[in-house]
Design a protein around this ligand. Structure first.
Ligand code: 6R9
Length: 685
């Protein structure tokens, strides 16, 4: 493992792989296999390892044929010419590009809605909506959803949104969020959903980058008992973006009466329009804009190892086929299921597995507006019983936080309807896995621990419930068509039982195609570190039985409650504070959040440390990125450990942050080794 802590050849910013050590510890802790019940397997889409291997083999031997057969189940205005895939993933052979079904003409919104209605699902519930407050709820059938989507699509067209234009969506989990996504897709507009927990500055940054024709938001939302004025945040962002030369003409605002009335909402005549005043007046049918499979569907910004978020671009056809197929198999989907994914549509999970994947399958999807512990820690299971949820998909951080509250919040509900559980966002530790399995799922429901990324569009490594025995904490095996490889620091594939960097060989239909406006960064970040492969940024080990154990990021990205945050983003927010001279941020283990944010801060000469200053530094991060990125700890640093060339040695900072003071390693290459002692002295100040 030690050798893995060095820089791989050609890699940009790969730092420490201590996570791999953790992975090995996990793997040795668990030697138990959890078998699916005979009852479950016998009804499963993939009932045995043999069946999985048979399908998997075909998907690898003939990817174009395999995915073409699946793609044919969707509606195409015009079929793609053969072959289904064209790609170059090897930077040594020219520019990287990936194309699936190019030349095929389709529309994903049509496939989610019209196709299902035509197949007789018009009266089936598409969305069960549960509000933050107990007793507030609503439903939309597939026909009703189609009508709502058409009305909004007509409105957007009317205000000049055309195929290829960007639309920024800044909404909480109201039904209007998936409606807005599907309306954009219907007219070929490119949606860019920004999680409604992001600050005005982050929103402005995204608006400046993609220059949207319109912004869609709401006036306010209640999280728990507290109303948050989203429209104020949007106003500030639009002022900010205008100052940077990007002005937006239309701000469509949904009046969310449960949180705030329109009278108390600030308003800019001419630009701001109430959704309820205009959208319902439009016709409930709207012609589809037919698009090429490779036309862009959406942009989603995600954190990387520099301060500037990356605009991950997904296209239409491959993403459609991939999200639909992964959803179906990883959750063993049946038409009678009621599916609930707790993710917000502001993240990739909400794109692929709240909106597109499930709706392409005609599933009934539950959308919950509020916090999972409001009014108390039993809310999730209350909702599960209320709607008879059969598939429940969430993040390990929620599992851990509910586990701490005690079993009684779970066991006072029946949960009999549950059949499959899912986990996403970060590695799930075996003890949380067991609690989830034994207590939440009554030892009856397989857990799909789905490993994937914003960039991958859909699941890459995931159990197929009923197919394999599970190991608590392992994401198990690759999905169909996916070839994970583990490489060493030189980029050489390692076979058998091993640990290293997780890469993917070949492409899959759901892969992202570029970073918006920066194809060079796309190639440099993902394809140059290990030429010939897509590099995930994650460490992984494979055990003797071939199970995969994801061990966390190996770059300067931290994962807080399943949210990706670049250390550089937090650092740049901190140093924007007038009294902060320098900052270095590392991730530390956190009992509930998985990782916490630990910031070393050097103040401007002569400025004294104070509790007040600590608070205002944290506030700077909340304001610039969002509350979810607020540092858990500010560690005063008279100086930072740097090499003679001025590079901060984060390896040492990580050890200090986790108080592993006897493992600091060699500090002799530091320009000033005494800095380390000063930091240790100040650790608990
Ligand atoms: C879907 C999503 C991606 C990063 C990824 C990895 C971590 C996600 C995981 C997991 C272990 C899992 N991650 N799922 N690690 N097991 N089941 O979360 O996308 O926000 O882009 O984050 O999350 O580190 O590289 P995204």
């Amino acid at each position: 493992v030690d050798s893995l802590t060095t820089m791989p050849s050609g890699a940009g910013k790969i730092s420490c792989l201590n996570a791999v050590v953790l992975g090995e510890a996990l793997a040795s802790e668990v030697d138990e296999l959890v078998f699916p019940s005979h009852h479950f397997s016998s009804q499963a889409l993939v009932p045995s390892p043999q069946k999985y291997l048979e399908i998997y083999q075909r998907s690898i031997d003939d990817p174009a044929g395999f995915w073409s057969d699946i793609a044919s189940q969707f509606y195409w205005k015009q079929k793609w010419p053969q072959p289904a895939v064209s790609e170059n993933l090897d930077v040594r052979e020219g520019h990287v590009y990936i194309e699936w079904f190019k030349g095929g003409i389709t529309n994903i919104s049509y496939n989610c809605l019209d196709r299902n209605v035509e197949a007789g699902l018009g009266d089936k519930v598409a969305i069960y909506w549960e509000g933050n407050d107990l007793g507030s709820d609503a439903t939309l059938t597939y026909s009703q959803l189609l009508q709502r989507v058409c009305q909004l699509a007509n409105y957007l067209k009317d205000v000049g949104v055309k195929k290829g234009d960007a639309v920024v969506i800044y909404l909480p989990m109201l039904m209007e969020l998936p409606i807005a996504m599907l309306a954009c897709a219907r007219i070929g507009a490119v949606h860019s959903v920004v999680f409604a927990g992001f600050s005005a500055e982050s929103l402005a940054q995204r608006i400046v980058d993609c220059k949207p024709k319109a912004v869609i938001t709401c006036n306010a939302v209640k999280r728990g008992s507290k109303p948050i004025h989203l429209k104020d945040i949007v106003d500030a962002a639009l002022t900010g973006s205008a100052q940077q030369g990007v002005s937006v003409d239309v701000c469509l605002t949904y009046e969310n009466q449960s949180a705030m009335m329109r009278e108390s909402t600030k308003w800019q005549e001419g630009r701001d329009v109430w959704w309820q005043d205009v959208v319902p007046k439009y016709p409930t049918t709207c012609d589809v804009e037919w698009v090429d499979a490779e036309d862009p569907l959406f942009l989603l910004y995600t954190s990387g190892s520099t301060g500037k978020p990356k605009g991950v671009l997904h296209t239409t056809g491959g993403y459609m086929v991939y999200t639909a197929t992964t959803f179906k198999y990883a959750f063993d989907y049946k038409p009678s299921d009621v599916y609930w994914c707790t993710a917000d549509c502001g993240w990739i999970t909400g794109h692929s597995y709240v909106t597109y994947g499930p709706m392409l399958n005609g599933a009934s999807v539950l959308v919950y507006e509020g916090a999972p512990n409001y009014p108390d820690s039993g809310r999730c299971w209350d909702i599960v019983d209320k709607y008879k949820v059969t598939i429940f998909y969430t993040a390990p951080t929620l599992v851990r936080s509910l586990m701490r509250e005690g079993d009684q919040y779970v066991t006072r509900y029946s949960r009999k309807s549950l059949r499959v559980l899912g986990s996403v966002g970060e590695p799930i530790n075996p003890s949380a896995w067991r609690w989830y399995f034994n207590v939440v799922g009554d030892s009856r429901c397989p857990i799909s621990d789905t490993w994937w990324q914003t960039e991958t569009g859909g699941f890459l490594i995931t159990p197929l419930p009923g197919a394999w025995p599970q190991k608590p904490g392992s994401a198990t095996f690759p999905f169909f068509g996916v070839q994970p490889v583990i490489v060493d620091e030189k980029g050489v594939e390692i076979e058998g039982e091993c640990s290293g960097y997780l890469c993917i060989k070949g492409s899959w239909p759901g892969a992202f195609r570029t970073l918006y406006g920066d194809h060079e960064r796309y190639e440099t970040t993902y394809f140059k570190p290990f030429p010939g492969y897509y590099f995930s940024g994650d460490g992984c080990s494979r055990d003797k039985d071939g199970y995969h154990w994801l061990t966390g990021r190996v770059d300067d990205v931290i994962n807080v409650s399943g949210h990706r945050i670049g250390t550089a983003e937090v650092e740049s927010a901190l140093v924007s504070h007038p009294q902060c001279a320098e900052a270095a941020v590392v991730g530390v283990e956190h009992e509930v959040k998985g990782q916490g944010i630990y910031a070393f801060v050097t103040l401007v000469e002569g400025v004294p440390y104070s509790e007040e200053l600590r608070k205002s530094l944290v506030l700077a991060v909340r304001q610039q990125i969002g509350a979810f990125a607020a540092p858990d700890k500010i560690h005063w640093a008279p100086g930072l450990p740097k090499t003679r060339s001025g590079k901060i040695m984060r390896r040492i900072l990580r050890k200090i942050a986790s108080r592993q003071l006897d493992e600091l390693g060699d500090t002799s290459t530091l320009a000033d080794p005494s800095v380390v002692d000063q930091l240790i002295e100040l650790a608990d100040h």
